[in-house]
Design a protein around this ligand. Structure first.
Ligand SMILES: Cc1cc2nc3c(=O)[nH]c(=O)nc-3n(C[C@H](O)[C@H](O)[C@H](O)COP(=O)(O)OP(=O)(O)OC[C@H]3O[C@@H](n4cnc5c(N)ncnc54)[C@H](O)[C@@H]3O)c2cc1C
Length: 559
């Protein structure tokens, strides 16, 4: 039966089921530096104002739609391993999507792996941390080899003859991903291989053995036999590896190729199938007589590699702070465009409470991270050095630990679309626990805080000295610091109580920084919600009297 004439005439109109309205659009083509007041203030305050224009240009570049797409592609098309070529030769070749290489190239050419070593001085670590913070918001996985390369330098410097051979190429702003010997390259990347099957946190359990090729000792060659269960970025040109030498657990530099141009037998067995951090390859390996050179003294492997680990822990703070900023930016952006029940979401009182609370978390994280960056720039000053020693563990623990909840709550602000794979949230959420687990998991960080207090008691006074700078500005904070002091006086069951203690240290430090330097509206809300209350509230439970609209307006990025 034919449709009536009138229906046929209107059929085009009728086939259109609906108009798409009241939806957000992608947060692209914006400048994540210039639209981040908290970051800009921290950069200025902590000594890197000179980098403002560079950071603004960098922000403009990484915030374009085209550049942000690299992060999506590098994770959609993850790395693949070829153990052998088609003729049966061992190649240990990991292939990455071109987007991953593009991200690596930007990172290396902008000195994210080296600028504080090649151009030290006031603000050097702060500027690098800010740049890393911006780049991590595009994509987190590629940051692993960049961080490890950056972090390896202090360990390498413990052995001047090795530093002389490697440092110039390791810090060069040249990205060369070819699977060829280091001698044929102008720029090199460094990885790290400590963890074994039977023990990760407790590296003293390592069973990989190191046999001296000649006399042995610092800077001398050894052959390594054993396995490493987590080796991220296995395409790095060399790795700092822990192994048992005759004189005890020692650190070694193990290149992927031998000086004669043959492959060094650090064989990649398989790539890990990770829930997050997908763009980054992490592998399981076996070392079958791999040639490596001793870094630092024999039997002092942990002491040597801890120089590297301290830096990677700092970068976990940067990375998780960036993850928080990326997540809350998305939430703020979405809620500025979506209406429900007759009001834009960011005008609904309860959503304002949630959004402002998420912003407070992110502001506390960036303030603490950038303060430690400043301390890294001034390590010759004993108090700053003590702060680095203690507060890197405090900050690594706290910021990384707070990030998964923050990612999830930000996702919920988007509603159902936030759960979908074509939204940024699955990637942010899957990435969110990783920093907390690697480079020393939560308990290990808290125990490290106790270790630092035990070995160098002066760290405690340096810590309270830092808190003292905020004295008198906020009564809640003053009371909180007083109570914290008392906690330190009670030495009973310290190990059992370590998390509780470090939670409070982190909150006190963040609050003290915000009270000294932050906008009053942010600092007061932070203290009221995290110090006066239990400190363990769900997001969106800010007390009355907080100017949520002002906090939201300051942090909302505009595309
Ligand atoms: C994606 C990814 C990439 C990685 N890449 C690398 C890499 O490139 N190189 C590398 O060397 N490693 C790498 N790791 C390994 C990582 O550093 C370890 O997983 C981590 O150090 C924990 O070690 P583990 O897995 O053996 O856990 P375990 O050491 O068995 O720890 C398990 C749990 O016990 C807790 N714990 C340990 N000791 C104590 C204690 N005394 N008291 C209370 N609690 C304790 C820990 O905090 C943790 O929660 C990677 C891990 C991941 C997830």
């Amino acid at each position: 039966m034919n449709a009536p004439e009138s229906l046929r005439k209107d059929s085009l109109y009728l086939a259109e089921t609906h108009e798409v309205v009241n939806v957000a659009r992608d947060l692209v083509d914006y400048n994540p530096y210039l639209q981040d007041a908290a970051l800009q203030e921290a950069v200025r305050r902590e000594g890197a104002e000179w980098a403002h224009h560079d950071l603004a240009s960098f922000g403009a570049m990484v915030g374009t739609a085209e550049y942000l797409e690299l992060g999506v592609l590098a994770n959609r098309f993850g790395p693949e391993l070829d153990t052998h070529d088609r003729f049966g030769n061992r190649v240990d070749l990991v292939r990455f999507h071109p987007a991953y290489h593009a991200l690596m190239k930007t990172a290396i050419e902008n000195g994210l792996h080296s600028s504080p070593w090649t151009d030290p001085g006031p603000g050097a670590h702060v500027a690098r941390a800010a740049r890393t913070y911006l780049h991590t918001q595009v994509e987190a996985g590629h940051g692993c080899p960049v961080t490890m390369t950056f972090a390896a330098v202090p360990s390498l410097r413990t052995t001047p003859q090795l530093a002389a051979l490697w440092e110039q190429k390791v810090t060069a702003r040249v990205y060369d991903p070819r699977n060829v010997p280091d001698a044929d390259k102008k720029g090199l990347a460094i990885g790290m291989a400590m963890t074994e099957k039977q023990g990760g946190s407790d590296v003293r359990a390592n069973t990989t053995r190191a046999f001296p090729v000649g006399s042995g000792g610092p800077g001398e060659p050894y052959e390594l036999v054993g396995h490493k269960y987590f080796v991220s970025a296995p395409m790095c040109d060399a790795f700092l590896v822990l192994a048992q030498a005759p004189g005890g657990l020692s650190c070694f530099l193990l290149p992927r190729w031998r000086p004669d141009g043959s492959k060094n037998p650090m064989q990649v067995l398989r790539l890990k199938r990770k829930m997050g951090n997908v763009s980054n390859a992490s592998s399981e390996t076996e070392l079958r007589g791999a040639l490596a050179w001793m870094v630092g003294e024999e039997g002092r492997g942990v002491r040597t590699i801890i120089e590297m680990v301290a830096m990677t822990r700092f970068d976990c703070m940067v990375g998780s702070s960036a993850g928080q900023r990326a997540a809350v930016s998305q939430a703020l952006h979405h809620c500025s465009m979506r209406s429900a029940f007759g009001k834009v979401l960011n005008q609904q009182p309860l959503m304002q409470n949630v959004l402002a609370d998420l912003v407070l978390e992110s502001e506390g994280s960036v303030a603490l991270t950038m303060r430690i960056a400043r301390a890294l720039d001034h390590r010759a000053d004993e108090r700053e050095d003590l702060l680095v020693r203690l507060c890197t563990a405090v900050g690594k623990y706290w910021i990384c630990k707070r990030t998964p909840d923050h990612a999830y709550e930000s996702m919920e602000c988007i509603g159902g679309s936030g759960v979908m794979e074509d939204s940024p949230f699955p990637r942010l959420f899957r990435e969110s626990p990783v920093n907390a687990i690697w480079e020393g998991s939560g308990n290990v960080q808290c125990l490290d805080v106790l270790r630092a207090m035990h070995k160098v008691p002066a760290v405690v006074e340096a810590f309270f000295g830092e808190l003292g700078k905020a004295r008198g500005a906020n009564a809640t904070l003053d009371g909180y610091i007083g109570a914290l002091r008392k906690e330190f006086a009670d030495l009973g069951e310290l190990e059992y109580r370590a998390r509780d203690l470090v939670d409070r240290m982190a909150l006190a430090l963040q609050a003290a920084l915000l009270v000294q330097h932050g906008l009053a509206v942010v600092a007061d809300a932070f203290c009221a919600s995290r110090l006066a209350a239990s400190g363990r509230h769900n997001y969106g439970a800010l007390p009355r009297g907080v100017d949520c609209a002002a906090i939201i307006a300051r942090a909302t990025p505009r595309a």
